[in-house]
Design a binder for this molecule. Structure first.
Ligand code: PLP
Length: 395
């Protein structure tokens, strides 16, 4: 008999490929070595934003004796966030709609705890970020997956509709989407909202939508963004500052309830947020990050430089024969493995010190993901390698 709980064993099984990759793979052996070209995780490879460093330094110094007292989701940052989010999404958030969390992962865990009973189902589309499934399993919920559609990885609404059962409680949408970089249009989201309204009526209970939007501010070519919270009232939004500040180790984010939600449902969720955050083990941001929030809100990675990297790598890879999905948002490039054998391709690149995220950890073994957070010297060194490996594999 195992000494760990069933739910942790299930989550561990699902997390295993990424754990192996991070701790025990050829990549793990070389992680941090300045000679490699690291395109794997969305991690920084250059010094942090000076404004972020200044804010942390400033607020790390106690201003009074209570400075490091317990801080839950406090009214001051909630009010600040509600105002800013209302401007950004053109919706009227109130402070109680905002639960400050230590990143989007905590916001997602809180949403699962808030909305899902054991055995209830949550639907998401593949390829996907590798944490939805294990986090659902750890919440004793049942993950149901459908595939995104076609070469451009569109939402497949018919597949979502077909996956809905009487036990469906949640649909997860991630826009801008990791790993494909797609941003779903207002029309697509409105069709999804219609579908969820019809399906909720059919099964006799409300299906909620979790909009996971940590890359919301990382968009190219002035691409429009609509939050599902603006078209489907039973939406909860997960957000993280880890992406826009490119500082995923400094945990700050929130879960926000759509202001369009009918007030009886919204009040029930509002009044349970504190319990969900406490019961999960203090899912609030550290005091320093809460104080720093107003200073951090206006900061961003250099979108101009990121766009230039996107163009540089996309064009070079396409010239070398790669099929690249030009991202509308996020800092990833999503590409097909030349030759179709993801494992062989990954090994060939790794043998030349170029490390990418294998599609196998996201449910698409014939694809790979490049994080454009790699430094310019890494990109420069890698491009001849990408070209030579593609040629060698296809010859
Ligand atoms: N959602 C998606 C789609 C992500 O890609 C990530 C991080 O990679 C997260 C949520 C979690 O973000 P954070 O680590 O900042 O909480």
């Amino acid at each position: 008999m195992s000494i760990t709980s069933n739910r942790v064993r299930a989550a561990a099984y699902s997390f295993e490929p990424i754990r192996q990759f991070y701790f025990y793979s050829r990549y793990a052996d070389r992680r941090g070595d300045p000679d490699i070209c690291d395109f794997t995780f969305g991690n920084p490879h250059e010094m942090p934003l000076p404004g972020l460093v200044e804010a942390i330094r400033h607020y790390a110094v106690p201003h009074n004796k209570d400075w490091f007292a317990y801080r839950a989701s406090e009214p001051e940052p909630q009010t600040f966030m509600a105002e800013r989010l209302s401007q950004e999404l053109s919706l009227s958030f109130e402070p109680a709609d905002i639960a400050l969390t230590n990143g989007a992962m905590a916001a997602i865990a809180v949403a699962f705890r808030l909305l899902l009973d054991p055995g209830e189902e949550a639907i998401f589309s593949l390829p996907a970020w590798f944490c939805y499934e294990p986090m659902l399993l750890a919440a004793d919920a049942v993950p149901r997956t459908v595939r995104l559609r076609g070469d451009r990885f569109d939402l497949d609404l018919s597949a979502i509709e077909a996956a809905i059962s009487p036990r469906t409680r949640l649909v997860i949408i991630n826009t801008p989407h990791n790993p494909t970089g797609r941003i779903y249009s207002r029309d697509q989201l409105t069709d999804l909202a219609d579908l969820l309204n019809r399906a909720s009526e059919r099964i006799g209970r409300r299906i909620f939508l979790l909009s996971d939007e940590p890359y919301r501010r990382i968009r190219f070519d002035n691409h429009d963004f609509t939050s599902p919270a603006a078209v489907y009232p039973w939406t909860v939004v997960a957000y993280s500052y880890g992406k826009v500040l490119l500082a995923p180790g400094q945990r700050l984010g929130y879960l926000a309830l759509s202001p369009l939600m009918p007030s009886s449902d919204k009040q029930a969720l509002q009044s349970s947020l504190f319990a969900a955050q406490m019961a999960l083990g203090w899912c609030f941001p550290n005091a320093v990050m809460q104080y720093a929030l107003p200073d951090l809100e206006g900061l961003s990675i250099d979108m101009h430089a990121l766009s230039a990297k996107r163009a540089w790598m996309t064009e070079a890879l396409e010239r070398a024969g790669y099929e690249v999905l030009r991202p509308e948002g996020t800092f990833y490039l999503f590409c097909k493995c030349p030759g179709g054998d993801g494992g062989r391709f990954w090994d060939a690149l790794a043998g030349r010190d170029v490390f990418v995220m294998p599609g196998s950890v996201m449910g698409v073994p014939d694809h790979f993901r490049i994080s454009l957070t790699a430094s310019e010297p890494m990109i420069e060194r890698s491009l001849p390698v990408f070209a030579e490996v593609a040629q060698a594999i296809c010859d």
